[in-house]
Ligand binder design. Structure first.
Ligand SMILES: NC(=O)c1ccc[n+]([C@@H]2O[C@H](COP(=O)([O-])OP(=O)(O)OC[C@H]3O[C@@H](n4cnc5c(N)ncnc54)[C@H](OP(=O)(O)O)[C@@H]3O)[C@@H](O)[C@H]2O)c1
Length: 223
């Protein structure tokens, strides 16, 4: 009989999800199930021990029951394709995928008696926000709080590392000298910038920044 605890993760093939799966797969006594719309592709990019892959689409509740069978915990680290630019024509919106998907995962988790729900929210989550992304993160958090399932909600601001899209785009703009500084707007507590990262990522980022600043100093003062 299988006695390792099963952790299911929706979004396990994504930037943050891959890091979570990588760590969980190393923990003795656990096995990991990645929920993905394309499990073969996800398997090819995550050749990890103790990890299985299953097809699941968070906007299609019928796929979620089998995906959560036997799981003791579920991580939701999904976001719609093309984030943060919505494409309502293709159904790629905060409301349908991020919020609707969270509600569908909660219902499926309740039916499957999953013991804990972990959610990757965001620092600015706020039901009263006029920004659809922040608004639907806030609505998702409320749905989780009211679900009756024990939960953990993470509220990161920017998560960065070798494969992230946001910071690497900014760094590439900065390295091409299109920009030398980046304004950060906002006067609300939710605009404070906190980072969630690992020591490995920090070392990578620090090394990259130091190389770049050395180059910049040499260009100003070649001696
Ligand atoms: N990255 C950041 O700086 C940051 C900061 C704060 C909060 N967050 C939050 O953290 C979470 C993860 O972010 P990320 O940057 O890691 O996202 P990402 O790299 O864009 O990954 C998105 C994931 O969502 C899955 N997905 C998308 N649509 C799906 C659907 N219809 N059904 C099933 N799976 C679907 C994708 O899986 P498949 O393609 O394999 O199906 C993919 O694994 C999000 O909720 C995001 O808002 C991120």
């Amino acid at each position: 009989m299988e006695d390792r605890k099963l952790i299911a993760i929706a979004g396990g093939s994504g930037f943050i999800g891959r890091a979570i799966v990588g760590r969980l797969s190393q923990i003795p006594g656990l096995r990991v199930r990645v929920l993905s719309r394309n499990p073969d592709k996800a398997r090819a990019t995550l050749p990890l021990p103790n990890t299985e892959f299953i097809r699941a689409e968070i906007t299609d509740p019928a796929t979620l029951g089998p995906a959560l069978a036997g799981a003791v915990a579920l991580v939701n680290a999904t976001q719609f394709d093309g984030y943060p630019v919505e494409n309502p024509r293709k159904g790629l919106t905060f409301e349908r995928v991020d919020y609707g998907g969270t509600v569908a995962l909660l219902k499926a988790a309740t039916c499957a008696a999953v013991g804990h729900f972990l959610y990757l929210s965001g620092a600015a989550a706020d039901e009263n926000s006029t920004h659809p992304g922040f608004h639907f993160k806030g609505r998702s958090e409320r749905a989780i709080r009211e679900s009756g399932i024990p939960y953990t909600i993470f509220r990161p601001s920017l998560v960065y590392g070798p494969e992230d899209r946001v910071l690497n785009t900014l760094l590439n703009c900065s390295s091409s000298r299109q920009f030398s500084s980046f304004p950060v707007a906002g006067d609300r507590p939710s605009n404070r910038c906190w980072s969630m990262t690992s020591p490995r990522v920090s070392r990578w980022h620090w090394a990259r920044a130091r190389k770049r600043s050395t180059r910049l100093l040499k260009s100003v003062d070649p001696s």
